[in-house]
Write a new protein. Sequence first.
Length: 471
Amino acid sequence: MPTQHAVVLGGGLAGMLAAHVLAEHVDAVTIIDRDELPEGPDHRKGTPQARHTHVFVEGGYAALEDLLPGIVEELTGLGAQRLDHPTTILMRNPKGWRERLSPEAGVISASRSLTDWVVRRRVLAHPRITVAAPATVVGLLGDRRRVSGVRLRDRGATDTRRLTADLVIDATGRSSHTHEWLAEFKMPTVHREHIDSGIRYSTRVYQAPPGTPAGFPMLVVQSDPHSGRPAVAGMLSPIEHDRWIVTVVGPKHDPPPTTEAEYQPFLRGLPDPVLADLVAAATPLTPPHGFANTANHRHFYERARFWPDGLLVLGDAYATFNPIYGHGMATAALAARALRQRWQRHHPLLPGSARRAQRTIARVTEPAWRLATAQDLRLPHTTTTGRPPGKLARLHYRYADRMVAAIPGRPGILRTNLRVLTLLASPLRLFSPRMIWQILRGPRGTYLPEVPLTPAERKLLTPATGTTADS
């Protein structure tokens, strides 16, 4: 039998997981990235968003554990924090704080660099997977019927070289050029959607104050789409090495600050000052880092009238989400698991397999895409290449507002909503007859006016607002 060779473009999380799954079916997998991959948990140039808050929602880290057994324990052993809704993830919406209840769905909170490194170390231990020297991919080999490899330009070179492959996977992220390369094959342009809320991020890392109790919660102050500052929000999340990562959000016309002098005042201007009260006693470890590339963008390759064998597009190269919803890494893991299940039944190199696999990617991506875009379309400064929300979308918005209002005293509504948000359940669960009935009946309680911290956690609040443990 001839050697079967697959090439994965991109050494990020999506590319690594795709390579891991492919190694079960081909003789060799080559990963190509334009930069040197770090040997440790350091920032990778190809992930400019890595300095910001990253969480692995439970639907995603369950898939990751299926792919790489023991990976969750490995992450937590290195300091990643396993947090649970609504026990150690405390959220404030425009109506107030949720009460703390028994755990329903969780997240893993860690720096993106740690998560990438742990996954990368496990994947690259496979004897069939190698990383090529840094190179830029400048095109595809083949034609509209079959892709047979890639054209590369090595770092520092002026000419290009060819690398043949039986399967090429594009996991190059937001900078993907696959749509341009397919145009060179005279393929029709596929449908694309671009939904940009225009929000901006700014993130700092802090050393948690001395005496911070183990298991300190994540705190999220959500924005109010109906207020005069509809995109202003903030979150504090514990990560490895007893650190806190704090991200604030604002609209492009009033972005969150990237200067040290303005950062603390912005925190105090959030709908609740609790984040400012907490970090006032913490030690800043980094300056504020800004990030503006927050648009949702998707190429609907699965809708193409025909698709070449030997090509698959996944991860951010297929669909990118506003990072605030925490679904990017999870969708990559869910897609890799779905591909493994498909390829266990149908070999990835069979004729037509790439087209069917692309449809699998679309099916797995759809829930996260709908959740992210539906929320961003509510913001007043959102721009989109598609049609503006119609009557059905506005009906969904009213339903969502009523659902949020009905949560107090009705844990069934909260638990279903949390399972959807962490990609453990389909969004259709929100419209079950039981859910509709409970939502129509309304709340049986009220949201809390203050953050529900324990006495030990409350001791970390500064006396600036009079909300210390002694008050």
